[in-house]
Design a protein around this ligand. Structure first.
Ligand SMILES: O=C(O)CCC(=O)C(=O)O
Ligand SMILES: [Fe+2]
Length: 153
């Protein structure tokens, strides 16, 4: 559960910084305040790469977020969305996220069904190695397993 207190000075507040989830799927219940937004990954009908789109709260609705592990398993077919949360000046906000994750020793890599013409975009690593791969570097763990990046970065 995350609690975001109101902040009178929005320039000094992070909320939840831009990140992608290291889960397979995340299921999110947000209250009615709003503040969650997702980053457009590539130019598509009327949307520009890098643009932020608000995810409006809908009463009774759950937000399903594709995580890094589903991106790897699906060989990039499903994209792990970057998202962030902005606080507001007047209301606090509460959200509840449930992360569905592999067990730590599980090997994670593109599923054979998702690999076309022998082109796997990600190399196989254990989930534990994935989690610790970029600790304290500020880098995205997805970069660590991309196959066009054999050094791991
Ligand atoms: O509070 C939210 O709406 C999102 C939280 C989140 O992105 C996370 O915990 O990974
Ligand atoms: Fe998240």
């Amino acid at each position: 559960m995350s609690y975001y207190p109101p902040c009178p000075n929005l320039e000094l507040t992070v909320g939840n910084r831009c990140h992608s989830d290291k889960s397979t799927l995340s299921t999110l219940l947000q209250d009615g305040v709003g503040g969650l937004s997702v980053k457009v990954a590539k130019d598509t009908d009327g949307l520009k790469k890098g643009e932020w789109i608000e995810v409006p709260p809908i009463n009774g609705a759950l937000v399903i977020i594709v995580g890094d592990i589903l991106q790897i398993l699906s060989n990039g077919r499903y994209v792990s969305v970057e998202h962030r949360v902005r606080t507001t000046k007047i209301s606090s906000r509460v959200s509840i996220a449930v992360f569905t994750n592999p067990i730590l020793s599980e090997k994670i890599g593109p599923l054979p069904l998702a690999v076309k013409d022998d082109v796997a975009f990600y190399r196989e690593v254990s989930y534990l190695d994935y989690l610790v791969s970029t600790a304290h570097t500020g880098r995205r763990p997805l970069d660590f397993v991309e196959n066009n990046n054999p050094a791991g970065f």
